[in-house]
Design a protein around this ligand. Structure first.
Ligand code: ZN
Length: 157
């Protein structure tokens, strides 16, 4: 089957029904099938759907943002941070200088140590998506070679 460009509205909740994220009216999520633009577990289910379909899709943690990796939870010496920097629980910082470096969140701070966690905020969580397929179309050759969508809601270049 040819890859499609798919526009969806979605709302994302955790297993307790708490809203985590949703697409806004007039601003659907548009992605290219098979390009890894969205999480694999969600993409596999939407592959079976067509325009107008609505479905609730549960994606297990391992098919979403992965299980929690305890090796990414680290205790580092307070002295590793600038002495004048105010560090508190919930602070986030990038563990390197480029845009793809993992983001760490400060979990706790003592006088001597800071515990940081490099897991994705949604790691270890099963996710429930309520989705509606607004539109599907065949992807262009150019989109396929770039691995992303062009046009409204897509890349402009
Ligand atoms: Zn492009």
């Amino acid at each position: 089957m040819k890859a499609r460009v798919i526009s969806i509205h979605y709302s994302l909740t955790d297993t307790k029904g708490k809203l985590i994220d949703k697409s806004s009216q007039g601003n659907p999520l548009v992605y290219l099938e098979g390009a890894g633009n969205i999480i694999a577990g969600l993409e596999a289910e939407i592959r079976q759907l067509k325009t107008g379909d609505k479905k609730q899709i549960t994606v297990l943690a391992k098919d979403a943002y992965g299980n929690v990796d305890s090796s990414l939870v680290m205790e580092v010496a307070r002295s590793q941070f600038p002495a004048d920097q105010d560090i508190k629980s919930g602070d986030k910082f990038r563990g390197g200088s480029d845009a793809h470096s993992p983001v760490f969140e400060v979990k706790s701070v003592t006088d001597t140590h800071v515990t940081i966690d490099g897991n994705h905020p949604l790691a270890g969580q099963d996710l429930i998506f309520d989705i509606e397929v607004l539109e599907t179309r065949e992807a262009s050759e150019e989109e396929l070679s770039h691995g992303h969508v062009h046009g409204p809601h897509g890349h402009h270049h």
